[in-house]
Design a binder for this molecule. Structure first.
Ligand SMILES: Cc1cc2nc3c(=O)[nH]c(=O)nc-3n(C[C@H](O)[C@H](O)[C@H](O)COP(=O)(O)OP(=O)(O)OC[C@H]3O[C@@H](n4cnc5c(N)ncnc54)[C@H](O)[C@@H]3O)c2cc1C
Length: 436
């Protein structure tokens, strides 16, 4: 049996490993168009933030490591066209036949219409574009970042750390709107808005860009001479290569069934190419995150020969360090409550992280007003508390009643932790703060 996987990033690599582990006798072939596999998309931000010294460190896996598991890896090989019904793909190194095919070709920052109109917007998701952007950064002092989502804000944070002057443009009226409520982030964006060299342009959508001006829909404009323009817009897959051979969803993602098989038998799709079922909304959503890429690829591998395991519903969980803040979010936001079937309430609290070390973490809990089940959590702190969000995500999945928070079997240590009782107390006080 020949299993061919196209795309050598998180979903392709983990799918290849799992298929080989489950079916050692199969020939597993991974095809990647780039010179290397396993580049981490936030490599440029990590470099600018001083977390790594060179982009060579921004890899989670090498070709050699993958080959050690018995997987055949073809790099610098691009799939140019697909003939899915004849189980054939055309690559830059000739035609390949497959028994099973996994599409793991992900998404691109170039999915926006802006790229058709202005060629000089730079991206940085892959190693090559990150290198080009890095070189351009040595030539300019000012940078325009389009999009104040996680990727755009991480980049802005790195650029400020690197001494650049940064302009961040965002259609919404605050940053990170996919993961945080506006009220929760207020002190974050007012404080960061005062950082020297950083300017936010909220409620502004880029309408047109030429060599000298970036024009907003509002009629306002910024002069971009001597400035580097970077896109940190939402990503989407490029589906034209499939030449209408696959059923797609209205948001330009590939349709898959519960077992990750596409509309063509023996052809699967994973990672940023597809939607995933949402734990909160009982529907499918597009959530391009590494955890989803890995989960979809592992489930896909299990269903390769026989449909055994459906993809379990996911929570969108993120954690990020921006400027001096650690921010994390999981599950439902209050601003999304209108999409949720039942009544929702929320409470916000600021707690000391430990008894001795009196640094704060601010937490917002969103919960079902009738059952008190936890539905969503946002947290922010100047201390590295990001891993706490994983416990909250688990509590949401386990449908924990928020009134029992002080009964969690957490350890107590005066230096490293606080009593879970303080959580319960704070919740009791804030119980009726907000109702939707
Ligand atoms: C700047 C940035 C930072 C991010 N940071 C985070 C983060 O910190 N945490 C998080 O959870 N998510 C993050 N994300 C999202 C995350 O990058 C994606 O969800 C994840 O990379 C998806 O993995 P994937 O394998 O499905 O696709 P991709 O990572 O897009 O990989 C697709 C691979 O397929 C290859 N390929 C494409 N077409 C072909 C072809 N025709 N032939 C051969 N090979 C091909 C590509 O070269 C690429 O290697 C970030 C995204 C961006 C843009």
């Amino acid at each position: 049996m020949n299993v061919t996987i196209v795309g050598g990033s998180f979903s392709g690599v983990y799918c290849a490993i799992k298929v080989k582990e489950l079916y050692p006798s199969f020939d597993v072939l991974l095809i990647e168009k780039k010179e290397k596999i396993g580049y981490i998309p936030s490599g440029l931000s990590m470099l600018l933030n001083g977390e790594i010294d060179t982009l060579d460190e921004a890899y989670f896996m090498t070709k050699e490591e993958l080959e050690e598991s018995g997987i055949i890896v073809l790099t610098s090989t691009e799939v140019i066209s697909y003939d899915l019904s004849n189980k054939m793909i055309q690559t830059s190194n000739g035609i390949k036949l497959f028994d099973k095919l996994v599409l793991a070709t992900g998404s691109s920052q170039k999915s926006s219409k802006m790229f058709d109109e202005f060629s000089d917007i730079k991206t940085y998701k892959d190693r090559e574009s990150a290198e080009i952007t890095l070189k351009s950064l040595t030539e300019v002092q000012e940078v325009v970042v389009i999009g104040a989502g996680q990727a755009g804000m991480e980049l802005a944070s790195g650029l400020i750390h690197h001494g650049k002057t940064v302009h961040v443009i965002e259609t919404m009226d605050y940053p990170l709107y996919k993961y945080f409520d506006k009220d929760f982030l207020e002190s974050f964006y007012t404080t960061t808005g005062k950082i020297e060299g950083l300017t936010f342009y909220f409620n502004e959508t880029v309408k047109q860009i030429d060599d000298s001006t970036l024009l907003f829909s509002s009629g306002n404009a910024i002069d971009i001479k001597e400035k580097l323009v970077l896109s940190a817009n939402s990503v989407r897959p490029e589906l034209s290569i499939f030449d209408n051979q696959l059923k797609s969803n209205s948001d330009n993602t590939i349709f898959v069934d519960d077992y990750l098989e596409t509309s063509v038998q023996d052809v699967f799709a994973v990672g940023d190419l597809i939607q995933v079922p949402s734990f909160i909304f009982q529907t499918n959503v597009y959530a391009p995150l590494i955890v989803n890429a890995v989960q979809t690829s592992l489930t896909c591998a299990k269903n390769m020969i026989e449909k055994k395991e459906i993809l379990r519903p996911m929570l969108k969980t993120i954690g990020v360090k921006l400027f001096d803040y650690y921010l994390a979010s999981t599950g439902l936001m209050e601003s999304e409550a209108f999409l949720y079937d039942e009544r929702v309430k929320s409470v916000m609290m600021t707690l000391p992280i430990s008894t001795i070390y009196k640094k704060d973490v601010t937490v917002k809990l969103v919960y079902n007003a009738l059952t008190y089940h936890l539905l969503g959590v946002q947290l922010i702190s100047k201390e590295p508390v990001l891993d706490k969000i994983n416990t909250f995500a688990l509590m949401i999945k386990e449908k924990i009643d928020i009134r029992t928070l002080n009964q969690l079997p957490h350890f107590y240590h005066a230096v490293f932790a606080n009593t879970s009782l303080s959580f319960g107390d704070a919740f009791g006080k804030g119980d009726d703060l907000s109702e939707i």
